[in-house]
Design a protein around this ligand. Structure first.
Ligand SMILES: [Fe+2]
Ligand SMILES: [Fe+2]
Length: 213
């Protein structure tokens, strides 16, 4: 039987999930690290810095994804949608952990602004969840579409010899397409164009800042 959580339970769960995401203790699946079998690239200093900065952006994006799903799950009307959002958040946990591992391999750090990205995205997720499940699912679809376009861009600008990062982003792109399709199958509504434009602009701010900080 499914357990119904009280608002207090949900707040405690939300706080626990936020702490876990920001301290690399997030829930993950048992999927292996996609780059495991790929050779380490020979990169010069500026290529290595560039690859690390791109992976830092992707890590920050996954922090946002976790926060959005957590926020949306908190206010989902249906238990089924709530569970799907939580499951997607766990799969985003894989992405978070892969990006972090790759950043460490490249000798760099994750974004210092991650707590800010998490809190902002969590509030947006809660707002989307409040409006209703079909709109909330529509928000997932649009987010994943934008993430896929963004990942496509990064696959083109990564140093070509960095096959480890490339393989991680490829796997992430496949998983994001699955999240998009699941949300569509659950009855997502198409968001208005101006909302999509605001989402793209907000993402741009995160992308620009996370490259450097
Ligand atoms: Fe992701
Ligand atoms: Fe996703």
């Amino acid at each position: 039987m499914l357990r119904q959580y009280s608002l207090l339970d949900k707040c405690c769960l939300g706080f626990d999930q936020a702490l876990r995401a920001l301290t690399s203790q997030m829930q993950v699946t048992d999927k292996p690290y996609p780059a495991e079998k790929m050779p380490e690239a020979e990169l010069n200093e500026s290529e290595q810095k560039h690859a690390a900065a791109l992976m830092r952006i992707n890590h920050a994006g996954e922090i946002c994804a976790q926060a959005l799903y957590h926020g949306q799950a908190l206010l989902s009307r249906s238990v089924e949608i709530q569970q799907k959002m939580q499951q997607a958040a766990i799969e985003e946990g894989d992405h978070l952990s892969w990006c972090q591992q790759r950043i460490e391999e490249l000798g760099s750090h994750t974004s210092y602004l991650n707590p800010l990205w998490y809190s902002g995205s969590f509030c947006i997720g809660v707002l989307a969840g409040m409006i209703g499940d079909d709109w909330s699912l529509g928000f997932v679809v649009e987010t994943e579409r934008q993430v896929i376009r963004h990942l496509d861009g990064h696959l083109n600008i990564l140093p070509s010899q960095d096959l480890r990062s490339y393989r991680i982003l490829q796997q992430m792109e496949q998983d994001e397409a699955h999240h998009r399709d699941e949300a569509l199958a659950c009855g997502a509504r198409e968001l208005p164009t101006f909302i999509k434009a605001i989402m793209a602009m907000t993402a741009k701010v995160m992308v620009k800042a996370s490259y450097w900080i």
